[in-house]
Write a protein of this length. Sequence first.
Length: 90
Amino acid sequence: MIELIKVAHVEARPGHMLHVVFTNGEEGEADFSWILESDWPVVEPLKNPEFFDKAFVSFGVPAWPNGFDVDAIKLHGDMREQGRLRKPAA
């Protein structure tokens, strides 16, 4: 069963990292450095750190002003598999 998780907050960090807080309280650093090697036209602007830093949350997903966004459930799953998620502090 897929857990419905959305992104509550994002903050860009150096090195194409994105601090992500999910609606279930888990948070962590998502590595978007893969963008630097990508040839997708839609991610080309994100290679520029100043543009990458413009990340925001739109309808529960990380997004950028050029319309690129990332599925929140996939991002959460990837971060979990990579050991990048922390549970909220009690």
